[in-house]
Write a protein that binds this ligand. Structure first.
Ligand code: ZN
Length: 189
């Protein structure tokens, strides 16, 4: 009985940690959402990402940012996370991220991005909404829970999940409507 109580407490604590966010977290996820919106305005699936380095005093500095833009860049690897990683690594002249760096991204990362984040030695990942179709941090699989990697990334999720999902939904609805209008116009020709 006692063991059951301890386990339950542990699960509740873990759950709280997963959904506990501070002012910095909110500020930078909001920034990532703004970047996602920028992507939507350019016709790209709206996903935004911000890399933030924290020092020991808790001061934060944005070291990289990006939004999804494979269409504009003719580059299937130009996901928001990769664009932000390249931005940070170029700024810092380093192929690895500094310690205590968090990535704020509006959508659960895919296979490629999880791999890149491990290579970059990211410390902490915070993502907003899940990607049920191909998300690799819990939805289809959890790559970060595999023990064959030589690096661990802390994960938190759910921050501004509804806002991120809304931006994506609006984007896809708009795109569907545009296609419908095009079809209607074509049938009139
Ligand atoms: Zn990706």
């Amino acid at each position: 009985m006692a063991i059951a109580t301890i386990n339950l407490t542990f699960i509740l604590d873990a759950k709280n940690w997963m959904t506990q966010f501070n002012q910095n977290d909110k500020k930078y996820m909001m920034y990532a959402l703004e970047l996602a919106q920028k992507g939507a305005e350019q016709g790209e699936v709206p996903v935004g990402a911000v890399l933030v380095q924290f020092d020991e005093a808790g001061n934060a500095a944005v070291i990289g940012r990006g939004f999804n833009q494979p269409i504009a860049k003719h580059d299937p690897t130009s996901h928001a996370e990769i664009v932000a990683l390249r931005d940070a690594c170029r700024n810092l002249n380093n192929y690895r991220l500094p310690e205590n760096t968090s990535l704020y991204v509006t959508l659960e990362p895919c296979t490629m991005c999880v791999g890149a984040l491990i290579h970059a030695r990211l410390n902490r990942l915070v993502f907003a909404t899940t990607e049920p179709r191909a998300g690799m941090v819990g939805s289809q699989a959890n790559l970060l829970a595999q023990d064959f990697y030589n690096h661990n990334i802390k994960v938190q999720s759910g921050l501004y999940a509804d806002e991120s999902a809304q931006i994506l939904q609006d984007f896809f609805r708009k795109r569907r409507n545009m296609k419908k209008t095009q079809l209607t116009n074509n049938s009139k020709d």
